[in-house]
Write a protein that binds this ligand. Sequence first.
Ligand code: ATP
Ligand code: MG
Length: 397
Amino acid sequence: MLPSIFQQAVPVLKKIERAGFVAYFVGGSVRDHFLSRPINDVDIATSAYPQEIKEIFPRTIDIGIEHGTILVIDEGREYEITTFRTESAYADFRRPDKVEFIRSLEGDLERRDFTMNSMAMDAEGKVYDPFKGLEDIHNRVIRTVGSPDLRFTEDALRMMRGVRFVSQLGFKVEPVTLNALEEHSSLLEHIAVERKTMEFEKITGGKWKREALSLLVRTNLYTELPHLTQHKETLKQVADLPRLEDINKDQAWLLLLYIGDIDTQDFLKDWRLPTKTIRERSKELGILKERRKSGWSKPLLYRAGLEAAVNVEKVHECIESKPDSSIENVKEEYQSLAITSRQQLDVTGEDLMIWANKKGGPWMKELLAEIEWAIITDAIHNDKETIRRWLQTCNRL
Ligand code: ATP
Ligand code: MG
């Protein structure tokens, strides 16, 4: 019995078949099915050309029609349906100069990167596996479809994808593919940073990141990643840390920044991360340094916010190779803060103006900050009357 995510999509395959074409589940979903990993979405490949798909389904969106991909909405669910195709002449080590639509499944499977990603499954659950992907899954190895020299020269991103699967699946790269990784790593320079970043974040978010980071070093792929050329030792140090498994990608950036003593802004900008992410990591790095120097205090927790505090503590634990328990302590301490944001103060600028009988101005902001500090450090309660009396006692009104 197929998992429900495939079952739900069977009517889509059937509709295509009734129109006289063939259609299969392909790619990551078939691989993950045989690995018993959670499946996010199913990809469908078909002998029907994009125009023919649009005639079969009333609701479609052109999302990559020049590459043969149509988004179909069926029974409220979305499916990416891609026409079988071949790719030819990769002059720039990344995109094919020409994609050609074809009618045969075999030709389509042949253009895919690794054997485990080159399997197809029909509506009955029958598997088409011309490159022995199942055997490689069973042996937990990553192997290119055809010559790895050729496949990595065609599209250098495949090398990063290979390392990414090491991190996500814990597979080994088989020796011939590994040799080709070592030989062709410099071709990665032709790949857009954004695409490298996407794969790198999957590497640092994977469970087997230790093996994957070591592989980046061993193959020299790291030298084609932004700023990492001068950080070989940092990568090795990170890979040597115990308890790396459940560090997520955000925490991994923080770990790299801290261990390598890296200038956050320039570094993360060159990885083309969004401004918001750069701001978050910069803030966390500052908090991590303070936490490591003097431990947590209520004001530091307050300044961090829960999410940053958890990221910081997780990274601290990883560096110190401590057990998980301190995360729970940090969460508890955070929950016990009197307030977690300035909006929760029981006074406003307006109250201060009335109490002091003064016009608004910078003095209000300063005074609010003092009140905030007194409340966070538990010097006074967050209660309007208490605050007013405290201000009077301090001669601030
Ligand atoms: P994920 O689970 O992260 O989505 P995936 O293997 O499905 O992994 P996708 O990028 O969604 O990765 O690609 C879908 C399929 O397209 C792959 O399984 C593979 O067959 C093929 N593919 C993707 N990128 C390449 C590439 N650079 N070269 C060759 N085939 C590729
Ligand atoms: Mg996918």
